[in-house]
Design a protein around this ligand. Structure first.
Ligand SMILES: NC(=O)c1ccc[n+]([C@@H]2O[C@H](COP(=O)([O-])OP(=O)(O)OC[C@H]3O[C@@H](n4cnc5c(N)ncnc54)[C@H](OP(=O)(O)O)[C@@H]3O)[C@@H](O)[C@H]2O)c1
Length: 228
């Protein structure tokens, strides 16, 4: 049994990841912005502890660190993410710069903020793992010409986590990135290819195969390697 901390667990892929790990008998530290409104999360069976955490806010994430104390965490899944401003306001001609900054704060700095907050907890677990849910749209090899601020925020988190994989090897912590597929969530919309449960199953399988040997990798939810 392991302890898994997941962000963005009130809905979408994060909610399904919570159900999956709780169903396996793991302890899930389920983080979301507004626990009182997270009714589906509250109904998940198993060992699920809900924590109110705003990944874009330093004070909120530091509070999480204090609450957790020295408790070991085996797996951190950075899942919370935002697509950012209206698509018409994030392209090469028009940019909502405040919205881009917010997108960067949540999608790029959020995972790093949470990683720093639980670093000692990961070290305490021994052989811990960190998986960040990124997007194929952050790959420099794939030009989907839309939501440029979102794409840039995911490209940036990809680069950071690749460097973190090198840094954290000395602590025995493996770091990976996963594209969860095109998923039927509020973000992916109703016409997407995968259910959130199918995506979560793929993401969890990618977490299972993450190790110090392949640390720094970027995978699809299918387990295939993703081009950078
Ligand atoms: N759906 C897709 O097709 C797709 C494709 C590629 C990558 N992804 C990535 O997969 C991850 C999960 O997305 P999803 O499809 O499950 O989307 P979702 O259903 O929209 O859920 C997004 C989660 O992130 C949280 N979140 C959004 N904005 C936030 C903010 N400003 N601060 C803190 N938390 C925030 C949401 O909390 P609130 O409810 O409080 O906003 C929610 O828990 C994201 O990182 C996304 O970029 C999704």
């Amino acid at each position: 049994m392991t302890t898994v901390l997941i962000t963005g667990t009130n809905k979408g892929v994060g909610l399904e990841l919570t159900k999956l790990y709780a169903g396996r008998g793991d302890t899930v530290l389920a983080c979301c912005r507004d626990p009182e409104a997270a009714t589906e999360l509250a109904a998940v069976a198993g060992d699920v502890e809900v924590h109110g955490v705003v990944v874009g806010d330093d004070a909120s994430v530091k509070t999480l660190s204090t609450v957790l104390g020295g408790r070991p965490i085996d797996l951190l899944i950075n899942n919370a993410g935002t697509v950012g401003p209206d698509a018409a306001a994030q392209n090469s001609y028009t940019m909502d710069f405040d919205g881009w900054a917010d997108t960067f704060n949540v999608n790029t700095m959020g995972p790093v903020r949470v990683l720093h907050a639980v670093m000692e907890n990961l070290k305490a677990a021994g052989a811990a793992k960190v998986m960040t849910v990124t997007s194929q749209m952050g790959a420099l090899s794939l030009d989907v010409v839309m939501v440029h601020a979102y794409c840039a925020s995911k490209a940036a988190v990809n680069k950071f986590m690749r460097l973190a994989a090198i840094d954290l090897k000395q602590d025995g912590i493996a770091v990976g990135l996963v594209h969860p597929g095109w998923v039927r969530t509020d973000m992916g919309g109703p016409n997407a290819e995968l259910s959130a449960a199918e995506s979560a199953a793929g993401v969890a399988a990618v977490c299972d195969q993450l190790s110090l040997e392949n640390s720094g990798g970027f995978w699809k939810w299918t387990g295939e390697t993703h081009d950078w």
